[in-house]
Design a protein around this ligand. Structure first.
Ligand SMILES: Cc1cc2nc3c(=O)[nH]c(=O)nc-3n(C[C@H](O)[C@H](O)[C@H](O)COP(=O)(O)OP(=O)(O)OC[C@H]3O[C@@H](n4cnc5c(N)ncnc54)[C@H](O)[C@@H]3O)c2cc1C
Length: 318
């Protein structure tokens, strides 16, 4: 049996957790979901479509507290003896699993793209260097803690959705385990949609030139129903918030189309968008490295090209 941590936003299951559930189902047909907080039952019911038959909904005082949440998982491991604990390699997933690994003295393998349990332990393939290298490793342990690299496994429903039997757990946490906890969550304002789940992303880089220059990037994203992402040059310049950054130290995206405007294609940026199905590049430099990975490209000044695409799209839409 595999224990999977299911992340959700008020009951709406995260796409990254659907990826983790799909990954776990390939390891073992028996997948047990664990969800914390309000809406956790709804998330576990959705997880039923991805192969979960048993779930544990945990109501614990206060918000996210990594040590307290990890201790609950460690206790579940002790009582249910899974062969692995799996979560998506989100910031929260990585933090939680690091605590679980430390507390259960189990190996934690981060950013897995494949895993298989054999007689000698767990054979894993995982991302290194932000996904630019793949490492094969044998983890000599009967029980492992695995995070699943983002935007690598396509979420795949398990066929017939089934009802999930959900246990309710209301553990108490020690004061020590509550020393670090989230006391407030600031949701991105302005009805911002998630970059991770977006089907279309319009990215802006240093080539946009200024915070004001993003008006045309925003307009294109609005016209196409997409979400705006940025390179680190943009967040470092203070033009946009870090929540919008794509890359090694930002978000991983997997849209149908990524339109990268004024972005050169540094490896740290490209690891964040390698899940994109198609890449359209708009860049004034015909030798920009990003062009090597483009499906389509327009060589030109984005300040002319981007508004022209928006205008043409709106003209055709009528
Ligand atoms: C440890 C580490 C982690 C990092 N993490 C990330 C990360 O998560 N995400 C990330 O993005 N970067 C990250 N970086 C930074 C990364 O190395 C690059 O510096 C950054 O991605 C460059 O951003 P850029 O492509 O917007 O800017 P530049 O490299 O300066 O490229 C600007 C591009 O705009 C084009 N351009 C200029 N003017 C125009 C115009 N008018 N019209 C069209 N095109 C134009 C240029 O030809 C150029 O190709 C990280 C770096 C380190 C060391």
């Amino acid at each position: 049996m595999i224990l999977v941590v299911v992340e959700h936003d008020a009951g709406a299951i995260a796409t990254t957790s659907l990826e983790a559930l799909t990954f776990a189902r390939a390891l073992d047909a028996e997948v047990h979901g664990v969800a914390f907080g309000d809406g956790g039952e709804a998330a576990l019911e959705t997880a039923g479509e991805f192969g979960v038959r048993m779930g544990t909904h945990i109501s614990i005082e206060g918000g996210y507290a990594p040590a307290a949440w990890a201790q609950v998982i460690v206790d579940l491991v002790a009582s249910s003896s899974p062969s692995a604990v799996v979560a998506a390699a989100t910031d929260r997933g990585q933090e939680l699993l690091a605590h679980v690994g430390a507390r259960s003295s189990a190996p934690f393998v981060a950013n897995c793209v494949a895993a298989e349990q054999g007689a000698d332990g767990w054979s894993v393939t995982r991302h290194r260097w932000g996904g630019s290298l793949l490492e094969d490793a044998l983890v000599r342990a009967p029980f492992a803690v695995l995070s699943v690299a983002l935007a690598v496994v396509a979420p795949d429903a398990a066929g017939e959705p089934a009802a999930v039997t959900i246990d309710e757990l209301t553990p108490s946490a020690s004061a020590d385990d509550l020393r670090a906890r989230a006391t407030r969550v600031d949701a991105p304002g302005g009805g911002a949609r998630s970059l991770t789940d977006a089907r279309l992303v319009v990215g802006g880089g240093r080539g946009v030139g200024s915070a004001e220059g993003f008006a045309s990037i925003d307009a294109l994203a609005d016209a196409l129903g997409g979400v705006v992402g940025v390179s680190r040059a943009v967040t470092s310049a203070g033009w946009r918030s870090h929540a919008q950054q794509i890359g090694q130290t930002g978000e991983r995206i997997a849209p149908e189309l990524y339109i990268a405007c004024g972005i050169s294609g540094a490896s740290q940026h490209m690891v964040g968008c390698r899940g994109a199905k198609k890449l359209l590049v708009i860049n004034s430099d015909p030798d920009a490295p990003i062009l090597a990975q483009a499906d389509y490209a327009v060589i030109g000044d984005l300040h002319q090209v981007v508004p022209a695409i928006t205008a043409e799209f709106e003209r055709r839409r009528g």
